[in-house]
Ligand binder design. Sequence first.
Ligand code: ARG
Length: 461
Amino acid sequence: LANQQWGGRFAEGPSAIMEQINASIDFDKRMWQQDIRGSLAHSEMLANVGIISEQDKNSIHQGLEQIKKEIQNNEFEFSRALEDIHMNIEARLAERIGEAGKRLHTGRSRNDQVATDFRLWVRDNIDEVIHSVEQLMLTLALRAQEYADVPMPGFTHLQSAQPVTFGHHLLAYVEMLSRDKGRLIDTRKRLNESPLGAAALAGTSFPIDRQMTAKNLGFDHPMRNSLDAVSDRDFALEYLSALSIMAMHLSRMAEEIVIWCSSPFSFIKLSDAYTTGSSIMPQKRNPDAAELVRAKVGRISGALIGLLTVMKGLPLAYAKDMQEDKEQVFAATDTIGLCLAACSGMIADLKANTDNMRRWAGSGFSTATDLADWLVQKLQMPFRTAHHVTGRIVGLAEQKNVTLDQISLADMQTIEPKITQDIFSVLSVEASIASRTSEGGTAPKNVLQAAQYWISILKDH
Ligand code: ARG
């Protein structure tokens, strides 16, 4: 049987394989709400400019409202033969209300329709993702406030570098996530223009009012060029780029969680709710959720590369290739939602093993920079010389198997005779972190302030 929406010049229907490769209804039904919103706005406009009658518009609106209910109640029968969400809804409308339903598509093409629906969908979901990011940021900020003065080793090259506080470390992720949120806000601004009315590619001879539909759908204005309006998916690519960067951040956080709870580190303990056991080793508590967050960035950046590859080299205007945009975006949206929720859960529940963190914060001669700074400040030594002298003291401490605050004054004086007892005031972990008061530094009072800043911004969201 030829397609009931466009089968006029077709004697036969599609082969089963054709239907299978062509139909998008199995996934694009997720845009049903956006499709109905678009059709309500379009028909409202058609009536307003006199292209369809008020009466027809009213029955279209009633019909669409009924279809909305059918879909909500799981009573709608989606059909693969009708290809996609647009034709499924339109066919059902005609079935319900007759002639008037067949007037809905006047001055419109599926090309501007799908571009409109998809923009609306991405816009709606950006709002949701932003909400979840804010949840995670708040969770991190609250834990940072709690652990504002808890020392932990700060690493470079994953080697002990200088002590920091756990709160400071958690807040570093809040900053990253706030930029991720900023990228989503930018994406939303740029995508918020209306393709509706571009029709197939060239515009239409009907006296449509694109300003009206744009406004009705919450877009800032109609897109200026009809070819561009139906051809580009850069908004989806931008969205996927923003999600990819965010997922990369989450995967770094997840990796740190994995490291922190591995038993040789034992910096944190995850809750039972976010841990799994082993089928053979009874002692095990595995951080599977963190490992999966670490891994799932692959799906999201994969979606970005997937869609970039689809779009690359496509001639203007619409081509069916572009139907491949949606699954990537849907999947990436689901994945980021799950990752954000898992991170929020893990962070909210984790317990810091503060004694252990404190102990390791002093390991690896982590206050050597403080020693060098003391030589500069108290003995007016040039920093390069101080660096060298400190290196020799560290070597001696290593030889004697003691930490920097355990080495004797006499021993230090064999290397630099002008060193006095006062040096010990800077060699402890607490003194080291308390001294890092420069803007953005790890001193507990800075960290507390930063945590409170974020909490005050985020708590009302
Ligand atoms: N399902 C199609 C898509 O997602 C809708 C647009 C179809 N347009 C067309 N000219 N075949 O891209």
